[in-house]
Design a binder for this molecule. Structure first.
Ligand SMILES: Cc1cc2nc3c(=O)[nH]c(=O)nc-3n(C[C@H](O)[C@H](O)[C@H](O)COP(=O)(O)OP(=O)(O)OC[C@H]3O[C@@H](n4cnc5c(N)ncnc54)[C@H](O)[C@@H]3O)c2cc1C
Length: 419
């Protein structure tokens, strides 16, 4: 079949891959001049099923409320900068109870575990090196009380198949010798033994080349302005320049921009942008131990990993609309983390920075599968875990298009199977 995929982030390109592999004639339409330039370019590089916890949790409303008055919260909302989020916000609040948080976390976890398997499979089949490191991820705690609470919280994912070890400060240093000099600041960590990390831009662009080798066409520098539909089907993608492209199937994977495109054919997608900040620094070559393990500081909610000879760090989630500007002040959590825990890891004067938007659904799992029209499929809304969940999501969407039963249940992932 002739298929158009809209968006060439990690989600769009992995979708194109599975579709091309099963023999479809695929065209990917991307507004920017190359693949993986928005969220897929700024992420922390963590492949982290162990971090599948839904953001909509019993403690989230308090954290968001606090962000209206104090500056130090990682999760923030500014109602003046993000008007029009009322419905999304109400749906988010509805998910903030223990029962729904558990259910949503387990939907994400199942997808993330499956997706990591698919990612490893693609990398092996297509011989893609993406500066991947398979040494686990450390979820670090400084405060003993929070550490104890973290141990309790993490039991949920452990009971559902995630291998995690509880480490004291000595154990942390054994896993990541770079943290030796700051051992006294750490209460301990939960070590996600099977989590991994890598460069999502490198992965996406190498996979793009594989797709091109299978005949997939990439149209860059042309956005889809809207879709045209009739008789229960999407008929064409109308491009910004005035041209139109027709196909038998359309897959929407435009990240935070998916809702606007879906609306043109009457489909409402609850996906909102949650802005994060991303910094990349050259690793310091000081003859000391090489950083091995990706990590998340569970108190500052700063994530990091080594990507080749660079250190990537990310922070914050701000519901402040679609813009992606940043000021030095916005990087304060990253600077604090670097000073506190990794003072000698990188050349902090030579950083490059960006802000980008996570495509968040109110409940947490992405939206996969058909929507509103027989031949219209969504693969969007992967939030803070799109690199982790892309390959599995795309395999599921390709299976649904091919009329095959996906390998994992899709309850909680399709539009029709969620509240
Ligand atoms: C700070 C930060 C840290 C993160 N850390 C992690 C992490 O450690 N691990 C993890 O798994 N995930 C992480 N994520 C999340 C992950 O990066 C995203 O979920 C993922 O990149 C989403 O991929 P995507 O392809 O859906 O969206 P995007 O990468 O945003 O791609 C969407 C594409 O659609 C294109 N597009 C938009 N509109 C149109 C149009 N009209 N026509 C054609 N094309 C269009 C865009 O140009 C873009 O290329 C992080 C995100 C952020 C912001």
């Amino acid at each position: 079949m002739k298929v158009i995929v809209i968006g060439a982030g990690v989600v769009g390109v992995t979708t194109a891959y599975y579709l091309a592999r099963s023999g479809h004639q695929v065209t990917v339409v991307e507004k920017e001049s190359e693949a993986a330039t928005l969220a897929s370019a700024g992420n922390a590089g963590l492949i982290a099923p162990g971090h599948s916890f839904a953001w909509a949790s019993p403690s989230a409303p308090k954290e968001l409320l606090r962000s209206l008055t104090v500056e130090d919260t990682a999760l923030r909302v500014n109602p003046f900068k993000a008007p029009g989020m009322a419905i999304w916000g109400l749906r988010f609040l509805r998910e903030c109870n223990a029962e729904r948080a558990t259910k949503n976390t387990l939907v994400k976890l199942r997808l993330a575990q499956y997706s990591q398997r698919m990612l490893n499979q693609i990398a092996a089949d297509e011989r893609i090196d993406y500066d991947d490191i398979h040494e686990g991820i450390l979820y670090l705690y400084r405060d003993p009380k929070r550490f104890a609470a973290g141990i309790e919280k993490m039991k949920l994912v452990q009971e559902h198949g995630q291998k995690q070890d509880v480490l004291d400060a000595d154990g942390v240093v054994e896993a990541e010798p770079m943290l030796g000099p700051v051992k006294h600041k750490l209460a301990g960590a939960i070590y996600g033994v099977t989590d991994s990390s890598g460069d999502s831009v490198m992965f996406t662009r190498k996979l793009q080349a594989v797709c091109e080798g299978m005949g997939t066409k990439f149209v860059f520098g042309q956005g889809v302005a809207k879709l045209a539909a009739g008789s229960g089907k999407v008929k064409a993608a109308m491009l910004d320049g005035g041209d139109s492209l027709d196909a038998e199937v359309f897959v929407l994977s435009a990240g935070v921009h998916s809702p606007r495109i879906a609306r043109s054919v009457g489909v409402r997608l609850p996906i909102a942008p949650a802005k994060g900040y991303s910094a990349t620094f050259p690793i310091k070559r000081n003859g000391g131990p090489q950083m091995r393990v990706g990590a998340v500081d569970e108190e500052l909610l700063v994530a990091w990993c080594r990507i080749g000879d660079r250190l990537r760090m990310t922070s914050s989630a701000e519901f402040t609309g679609y813009e992606t500007s940043y000021k030095e002040h916005d990087l304060r959590l990253i600077r604090k983390l670097a000073g506190d825990l990794l003072p000698d890891a990188a050349e902090y004067d030579s950083g490059t920075y960006r802000a980008c938007n996570r495509p968040m659904t109110p409940d947490g799992p992405p939206i996969l599968g058909p929507a509103g029209h027989d031949n219209f499929y969504i693969n969007s809304g992967h939030g803070h875990m799109g690199f982790t969940m892309a390959c599995g999501s795309s395999r599921i969407v390709a299976d649904l298009i091919d009329g095959k039963k996906p390998e994992i249940p899709v309850a909680g992932l399709t539009l029709t199977s969620r509240p």
